[in-house]
Design a protein around this ligand. Structure first.
Ligand code: BTN
Length: 324
């Protein structure tokens, strides 16, 4: 962490309360002048920091920036987000995460204020304007490639729980779109690098329309998407949201590493918007209609296509239909 981020951590954990310049300087082993220089730079970035000669600096308000130092203040995770790589702009955090996967520790998070070539599932584009949360988590579990979809389900549970934590009725549409009142607010794209029988890395890309104006989206997405801001009627504190998301992710991931996937699957099922729905599934080769009756341990959707006839679908586009 650079000096500026270290100062931010101290100010954020004491938000509203003064922290003396002398204490900051001695704890961070720098001069008081160096502290002052960084405080000045932070003010220029939009931080409102009051200073008084006797008491020191107190943080009053932060700008809406996903600064790693702020996310880390009070994060307390062991793996997820120990390292956060921040970019104002990038093509896609998933692409960056893949490029750096070999050289960084497990749990490293890549985050950007906006993406120019955001990637969605099934080769689609993902609109990623400023105000959203676009991040990728690099994982290196020692598992066989066929278990990777479990991490996609885990990420869906994580995102839905974090959104529910704000008092919003988030549900998961198979495989892992997060919906609020039937409208999409979050998408997840999991990608992997693997040998034949062992995963090298898994990138879990999570995109959340936080403080995004979905009204300005192209027509085809406008009616089917929503944002946290729209649902809550006010701006979301994106830093606090990311912190909660990473804490939630780590709790689920540690369970996963211990071999407890059942509880994650149970949570997925209890938050599913798809189970019990009449669905149309489009895969690369065919279209299937039927009633979604469950998901199996690998995340495949189980569909009853006729009397007693079941199909398992591993990947595809899912539409909820009116019951015929
Ligand atoms: C979907 O199609 O629903 C998945 C969308 C995933 C978007 C996220 S945003 C962060 C990460 N970087 C990307 O380019 N895509 C994922």
């Amino acid at each position: 962490m650079n000096l500026k981020d270290k100062i931010i951590v101290k100010l954020v954990v004491n938000k509203g309360k003064p922290v003396s310049g002398e204490a900051l300087a001695s704890e961070l082993s720098v001069s008081r002048a160096a502290v002052w220089k960084q405080v000045k730079a932070l003010r220029e970035e939009g931080y409102i920091i009051e200073s008084s000669t006797n008491l020191g600096y107190s943080l009053i308000k932060s700008p809406d920036i996903l600064r790693p130092g702020e996310i880390k203040a009070g994060l307390g995770t062991k793996i997820i987000g120990k390292e956060i790589k921040y970019f104002r702009e990038t093509e896609s955090t998933n692409i960056l995460a893949k490029e750096m996967a070999d050289s960084v520790d497990e749990g490293t998070v890549v985050i950007a204020e906006f993406q120019t070539e955001g990637r969605g599932r099934l080769g689609r584009k993902w609109l990623s304007p400023e105000g959203g949360i676009w991040l990728s988590i690099i994982l290196k579990p020692r598992i066989q490639p066929q278990y990777t979809p479990r991490l996609t389900l885990l990420a869906g549970v994580c995102a839905a729980k974090t959104i529910q934590g704000m008092g919003l009725p988030a549900k998961i549409k198979w495989p892992n779109d997060i919906l609020i009142n039937g409208k999409k607010v979050c998408g997840i794209l999991t990608e992997m690098g693997a040998e034949v029988d062992l995963v090298d890395y898994i990138i879990v890309g999570i995109g959340i329309d936080a403080n995004v104006n979905t009204e300005s989206f192209p027509e085809e997405f406008r009616d089917s998407s929503t944002s946290l801001r729209k649902e809550l009627g006010e701006d979301v504190d994106r830093v606090a949201f990311v912190r909660k998301l990473l804490i939630e992710f780590e709790a689920l991931y540690l369970n996963f590493l211990k071999g407890d996937f059942h509880s994650i699957l149970d949570e997925w099922r209890s938050m599913s918007a798809t189970i019990g729905e009449w669905v149309k599934i489009s895969t690369q080769t065919r279209t299937i209609y039927g009633e979604a009756i469950g998901v199996d341990g690998e995340g495949a959707l189980i569909i009853e296509t006729g009397e007693g006839q079941l199909e398992k679908i591993v990947a595809g586009n899912c539409e909820h239909l009116r019951r015929p």
